[in-house]
Design a protein around this ligand. Structure first.
Ligand code: C2E
Ligand code: CA
Ligand code: CA
Length: 528
């Protein structure tokens, strides 16, 4: 129901809200899943790192125990100790080589026997552990060296870097893991590097050994979260997607429903937004106000005053026009009743009625309620029925019109000349007035043929004994022409435009000879 000629904005909250609502479950679900995944990643990162620490400690335990076994031999001649050195290498799976030193010199090794190479205790973290990037036997190949000393003598035991790599690679295959000893570290690529190991972007953790001077740095690469999201929760993701679409669709439907013409009219009715405007009808001769037609206006909170032709068709289509008319009649009666003194006896109040309103006898009650607001005989209620939508002659409608007449309610056939009511129709419903449609009045001053139609309508109504109201009188030429033909009542912009109640009452109050104003008349009407 467009209430304005210009189109509404394309991107309003009404179009955006369903999208927002649709995205909500998805966003909420994703956030929840991310949180869950991050928790899982942190727990798994901790467990893996812990396992690596334990595995390296196990290796170092084995190295330490070998070194302790060999320590008493340190200082003895190499040929005496050599066999023991080699036997430890054979016995212990992790031990690659065993060595003895004395006075900062490596003098005996399991591989070469007698040897002579300087040893610097400063290379070892806490004098115990050194992560080397290779030695003279295997240059560029990582080596972890354990040193045990007693005074100026001691044993040195090495483990191949491959054992460390196995721990890093097998325990945390999809994790970023680094083993750090002092200022050196080794990652899964096996290269020993100096400095700080790189920080893992996700679930980063550092666990140090309580027994040996090393630490393990764990965590996950960026993208792991998304990878898990897609691999672990495909069903949940699809469900969220479906939920999002469903929520968006339901929201859209609800908004549409809430904004449907029907809902909008219902809301307006409850908010009492339909107002009566009054257009005076003047009688022939002195052109005094003999009555007024009540025209509905919608005082819309955003659109302002809305013309009836923009919403009456919808109201008729949905059947809400009956309730709206009832409310308008009540509103009119309550507005005019306190100023009934301003109205001449027999003042016509014309109300536009739709055919739907005549299907049962409820209209009788509406008219009775309306008339009860006024002193008897003060107003003459006239129901205007449009000729374009004729009422079916059923026993109920015939009874309705009989009873209306008994109550003194008049019937006017609106827009006369635009439909095809037969003479029989006029008789059946005991029509009192014909309202000549404004299109015929507009012909006055035009060609002779058109005028003949107007003339015959006037003539016909005279023969049938019906009163005539001419609508849409805009010029004096029209007024005088109609007056010459004896048309009983005239209505049109020439006399007055439809106006709000206050203005209408003001105008009534300002007429010469008006008396009997009630005590509590508001000043704005008194001033009129
Ligand atoms: P209508 O019953 O034929 O009412 C007369 C219409 O002609 C009014 O338009 C009025 O403002 C307009 N009019 C009066 N004098 C002149 C004039 O000199 N020149 C021109 N050009 N127009 C004039 P409005 O108020 O816009 O109403 C339009 C139509 O809406 C009404 O035509 C009537 O069919 C319908 N309507 C208005 N109020 C109600 C209502 O309460 N119930 C129902 N069912 N229909 C209503
Ligand atoms: Ca009318
Ligand atoms: Ca009309």
């Amino acid at each position: 129901m467009p209430l304005r000629v210009n189109r509404p904005a394309r991107w309003s909250w009404r179009t955006l809200l369903p999208w927002g609502i649709g995205v909500l479950p998805l966003a909420f679900g994703l956030a929840l899943m991310q949180w869950q995944i991050e928790r899982e990643l942190r727990a798994s990162s901790y467990a893996t790192t812990r396992q690596v620490v334990e595995q390296v400690e196990r290796i170092l335990d084995s190295l330490a125990s070998t070194a302790q076994t060999l320590l008493p031999l340190a200082g003895s001649p190499c040929e005496q100790a050599q066999l023991a050195l080699r036997s430890q290498v054979t016995r212990n799976a992790f031990v690659r080589s065993t060595n003895l030193f004395r006075d900062d010199t490596l003098y005996c090794t399991s591989l070469f026997g007698e040897f002579d190479e300087p040893v610097d205790a400063g290379d070892y973290v806490d004098g115990k552990l050194w992560l080397m990037d290779g030695n003279s036997v295997t240059p560029g190949h990582a080596l972890l060296v354990y040193r045990a000393s007693a005074g100026n003598r001691g044993a040195i035991v090495t483990v191949d870097g491959d054992h460390l790599l196995t721990a890093l690679r097998l325990i945390g295959p999809d994790e970023a893991l680094h083993l750090r000893v002092g200022n050196a570290w080794i990652g899964k690529d096996g290269a020993v590097q100096q400095g700080q190991p790189p920080a893992a972007p996700l679930a980063e953790i550092t666990l140090g050994s309580t027994r040996f001077p090393f630490s393990v740095h764990g965590g996950y690469a960026a993208g792991k979260r998304e990878e898990l999201l897609l691999s672990h929760y495909p069903a949940l993701l699809s469900l969220l997607l479906v939920l999002g679409v469903a929520a968006g669709t339901v929201c859209r439907w609800q908004i549409r429903r809430a904004n449907s013409p029907r809902a909008e009219l219902r809301r307006a009715l409850e908010a009492d937004e339909f107002l009566p405007y009054f257009q005076p009808v003047v009688r022939k001769g002195d052109y005094r106000w003999a009555g007024a037609e009540v025209l509905m206006r919608w005082n819309h909170p955003h659109e302002g005053l809305v013309r009836p032709d923009l919403f009456i068709p919808y109201a008729e289509h949905t059947g809400q026009i009956v309730a709206m008319t009832r409310a308008l009649m009540l509103h009119t009666a309550q507005t005019l009743a306190p100023y009934a003194a301003l109205l001449e006896d027999g003042f016509h109040i014309g109300i536009n009625i739709t055919a739907d309103h005549c299907r049962d006898l409820a209209l009788l009650d509406d008219c009775r309620t309306f008339l009860q607001h006024f002193p008897p005989g003060r107003v003459l209620l006239t129901l205007e029925l449009t000729e374009r939508k004729l009422i079916e002659a059923t026993p109920v409608t015939l009874e309705l019109f009989d009873k209306l007449h008994e109550m003194g309610v008049m019937i006017a056939l609106d827009d006369f000349g635009t439909g095809q009511s037969s003479l029989n129709y006029l008789r059946q419903f005991k029509v009192d007035y014909l309202k000549i449609d404004q299109s015929f009045v507009a012909m006055i001053g035009g060609d002779a043929l058109s005028l003949q139609i107007l003339d015959s309508i006037i003539e016909l109504s005279g023969k049938l004994g019906l009163g005539i109201v001419a609508e849409g009188v805009e010029t004096e030429v029209q007024r005088d022409y109609l007056a010459r033909y004896g048309v009983d009542f005239q209505q049109g912009f020439l006399f007055a435009r439809p106006m709000p109640a206050t203005e209408f009452l003001q105008a009534l109050a300002s007429r010469p000879g008006t008396v009997r104003l009630p005590q509590d008349t508001p000043p704005e009407i008194m001033r009129g």
